[in-house]
Design a protein around this ligand. Sequence first.
Ligand code: SAH
Ligand code: SF4
Length: 418
Amino acid sequence: MNFADSEIVASILSDDFEITSQEKEADLILVNTCSIRDNAEQRVFNRMKELIGLKKSNKNLKVGLIGCMAERLQEELLNTMKVDLVVGPDAYRNLPDMLRNHTPNVNVILSEVETYENISPIRYDSNGISAFVSIMRGCNNFCSYCVVPYTRGRERSRNITSILDEIRDLFQKGYREVTLLGQNVNSYNFEGKNFAYLIQKVAEINPLLRVRFATSHPKDLSDELLQVMTKYNNICKSIHLPAQSGSSTNLKRMNRKYTREWYLDRVESIRKHIPDCAISTDIIAGFCGETEEEHKETLSLMQEVGYEYAFMFKYSMREGTYAHKHLIDNIAENIKTRRLEEIITLQQQLSLQSNQKDIGKTFEVLIEGTSKRSQVHLFGRNSQNKVVIFPKGNLQKGDYVQVKITSCSAATLFGDIV
Ligand code: SAH
Ligand code: SF4
């Protein structure tokens, strides 16, 4: 999400600034920040110290902090660090004015309507093949552990015409894959048009354009969407469906609004509609009050689903959330660590098993570039979002190629062009 937002910020500032990849050359450095967990914030504080240090050699340099930490910490940041600007996620249109007039240097006003719909992102750090397209902003779900509804404000969906125009333009420029982004894409609703309708329209732009999406909240994953996915070959067979926990009692404390049984029913529906669909997840270890039994239920859910991939985190208490105010962060650090390790170890086995099942199969791969480890190999992804590496041949990025899988690791498939 921040990657996509930075492309919007680059566009908003493009009349006044040129982009450089050299921080020593810059007269303005904006750090786009995430507040989701404490360690994300600590990394930013360290980086900010380094960047503010560059002011010694460049008196004109301005350093700003934008995004969720700006929203969460607001003026406090001006007092604790020598930052010049603090700008929240809905105030980016004000950046040029703030920079020209030097004041005010804090704008953290949240909006109920801002979607940056008419801003054409500058894809300054892109491979020219795949792009993120933001389709909605904010979140109304208030999971009890999560700071996003406070830092990004109310959920709002972007105008469907502006989304489709942006994607058509990307396709014409040579892009071959878009990922539609939102905190809960399944609740997309623009003037009565839902996500199933939107993704169908995107898929119809061109069969050579792949479509992905993230994230799907399990409570809103509809059979209607799954049916649309079966109709279009270019909608990728991969669903990120964060479970967070496998225990209904823990899910209740998390305010996720579904049970283990509901979640498994959604997984069953995915398997029924799209048998070769990859399913990935997010898991939180050691949430408030999590018992050993509840933790085991998470492990058994992971096993039952057999996730292709997972993002796994230790619970990190965020100020202002329901959990901060009403629950107790009472799982000792060493227990959180041990539970997270068990989750990660299990996921590595599951990823490896899933990849081993692919040996001998042939997949259509969209080539994204040269493999980082070898100049004579290319890499790309299959529909299931798995990275595939294979010998170069006469191909280039943006091409589709059929690759037969010959071996694998837990993270990667290796194969030959057929
Ligand atoms: N909107 C998405 C998630 C966005 S945040 C969804 O609901 O699926 C990405 C992930 O960060 C979450 O899925 C969750 O696993 C993790 N996360 C959020 N708040 C957290 C916290 N306080 N501590 C640890 N992990 C957290
Ligand atoms: Fe956070 Fe829940 Fe919203 Fe996801 S759905 S952003 S976890 S509050």
